[in-house]
Design a protein around this ligand. Sequence first.
Ligand SMILES: Cc1cc2nc3c(=O)[nH]c(=O)nc-3n(C[C@H](O)[C@H](O)[C@H](O)COP(=O)(O)O)c2cc1C
Length: 188
Amino acid sequence: MVRRFDRRPVPAEVVGRILDLARRSPTAGFAQGVDFLVLDTPATIDTFWQLTSDPQFPPGPDELANGPTVIVLPIADHRPYLARYSEPDKAAFGLQHADAWPVKFWEVDASMAAMTALLAAVDAELGGWFFGMSHGEADVLAHFGVPDGLRPIGVIGLGYRADDETPIGSATTRRRRPFAEQVHRNGW
Ligand SMILES: Cc1cc2nc3c(=O)[nH]c(=O)nc-3n(C[C@H](O)[C@H](O)[C@H](O)COP(=O)(O)O)c2cc1C
């Protein structure tokens, strides 16, 4: 994850290419219930930070000044999944209601799309950051006109990496689990 960006704007076609790859990520039943809310102007990004800043833990001026120049919300829409899994080839699974899904594939698919976007960002020589919205989600969705009932799985920040960017965050203070501890070959 890159969390510090310079101010160079990312050309719209570069963002378009990243999202065109992201939307081709796998989706269950090819339901394609992933939408992307893209904020790529200083004004909309400023609004995003205003709505999501937790008054208890406000971002510092330095963080805001060096934030991503593009923000993408990958939005998981359950409705195409319920419709798709009501079709004859899927109906026998009994997944016509959201509560029946043991794993919410619309969230899985939005996550796959987010990962593709992060990888595509690296290919485009950008930095990418995935983070959660712990404050103000409902306000953001209402402000930007997202239909009721749909939620983002998180937030993707994109932009050109700042020259003085260095890794920060949990991965710098915690050990990576050893391969053999994490991979269970032919049994746990
Ligand atoms: C579901 C999810 C939620 C995350 N939430 C945040 C977050 O809120 N803020 C943040 O700075 N990073 C967040 N991260 C990034 C992780 O901290 C980061 O991926 C992890 O520490 C490994 O670092 P690396 O991706 O740079 O290798 C999140 C990552 C995932 C997958």
